[in-house]
Design a protein around this ligand. Structure first.
Ligand SMILES: NC(=O)c1ccc[n+]([C@@H]2O[C@H](COP(=O)([O-])OP(=O)(O)OC[C@H]3O[C@@H](n4cnc5c(N)ncnc54)[C@H](O)[C@@H]3O)[C@@H](O)[C@H]2O)c1
Length: 314
């Protein structure tokens, strides 16, 4: 079998960073993406990566995309809580049926391993902190339900068919190329781009809600480790930094980096948003040998630098 790495959702924020790292390590990389939220410019400069435009629910495209694939990093999804609240059926089709089809295609193609982008949304608003993978799941949104269903399918395909699957429960990922423009955009690119334009940062709720923000390079390294770790198959791992930062603290760090104050505008809290989220990453450390390499402040500085470059950035 040839040694091709497939990244579904490879034109997205996280997927394109995985593609960049794989290509940089000299691997053959293929992307399957329908460009519903991903951008071609995220793949600029990666001339050797093969790009297949298509939907993960399309069996013919999937079959073609899996030819010769040894590992798939399955990132494609509708990756937003508010989008799932607006259209739960479409979110289910893409995130659950799509993941099932990816697993089935991997099984048929004799793919060695599937690394799945799961989510900390699985924990919902459980009051116990930090979150450990053995806790019961408590999804609060259609999005969270779909991400848990994907994990269950991954584990089941491991148990029933012997397919090597690894689920990585990302906490709040941030970094260069995260899209600030959608109405459902994540908080850090929204705050950074607003602050750079000297516009107010919109906070849903009181700003005391906290997240375990994880810099994109750490998420990429977790994926690469998960592709090979001997004891990982069948497992679910928290991927985060292990530190809780409130949204008000994010703005404080941002003001320090920029050297000016950022105006706050509070709006009502959003349906499906969890209050606090902090990860226990002991299992990822022990089994994947994962080690976060960036503090929140370092990651935020790199993110600000990237957004500051504007159209000149690569
Ligand atoms: N960003 C985070 O903080 C975070 C946290 C937890 C989990 N995740 C998961 O990580 C993955 C990547 O998230 P992201 O932040 O990079 O989002 P993103 O929206 O930037 O990337 C998703 C990619 O999937 C593609 N896609 C969507 N539907 C598709 C379909 N039907 N067929 C083919 N491609 C399709 C999009 O075009 C896009 O390129 C998702 O599975 C998401 O649920 C992200």
């Amino acid at each position: 079998m040839s040694n091709i790495y497939l990244v579904t959702g490879g034109a997205g924020f996280i997927g394109s960073a995985i593609v960049r790292a794989l290509a940089g390590n000299g691997h053959r990389v293929r992307v399957l993406d329908n460009f519903s939220s991903g951008l071609r410019q995220n793949l600029e400069g990666l001339g050797d990566a093969e790009i297949i435009e298509g939907d993960i629910r399309d069996d013919a495209r999937l079959g073609r995309a899996f030819e010769g694939v040894s590992v798939v990093f399955h990132q494609a999804a509708i990756a937003s809580v508010p989008a799932s609240v607006a259209d739960p059926v479409l979110t289910h089709e893409v995130n659950v049926t799509g993941t099932l089809k990816v697993l089935e295609a991997a099984r048929k193609a004799d793919t060695r391993r599937v690394v799945y982008a799961a989510s900390s949304a699985a924990y919902g608003d459980l009051s116990t902190s930090p979150k450990v993978e053995t806790m019961p799941v408590a999804p609060l949104s259609p999005y969270a339900v779909t991400k848990v269903a994907g994990e269950l399918y991954c584990r089941t395909f491991h148990e029933v068919y012997g397919l090597e699957t690894v689920s990585l429960r990302y906490f709040n990922v941030f970094g260069p190329r995260q899209d600030p423009r959608s109405q459902y955009a994540a908080v850090i690119p929204r705050f950074v781009t607003a602050a750079l334009r000297r516009q107010p940062a919109v906070i849903y709720g009181d700003g005391l809600q906290s997240r375990d923000f994880c810099f994109i390079d750490d998420v990429v390294s977790a994926n690469l480790l998960a592709a090979d770790a001997a004891d990982a198959p069948g497992g679910i791992f928290n991927i985060a930094c292990g530190q809780a930062i409130s949204l008000n603290q994010v703005l404080g760090h941002l003001e320090q980096i920029l050297g000016h104050s950022v105006e706050r505008r509070h709006e009502p809290a959003r349906v499906g948003d969890v209050r606090h989220s902090l990860a226990d990453i002991a299992s990822a450390r022990a089994i994947l040998k994962y080690q976060p390499g960036f503090s929140f402040a370092e990651g935020l500085r790199k993110t600000v630098d990237w957004f500051r470059l504007g159209p000149d950035r690569k």
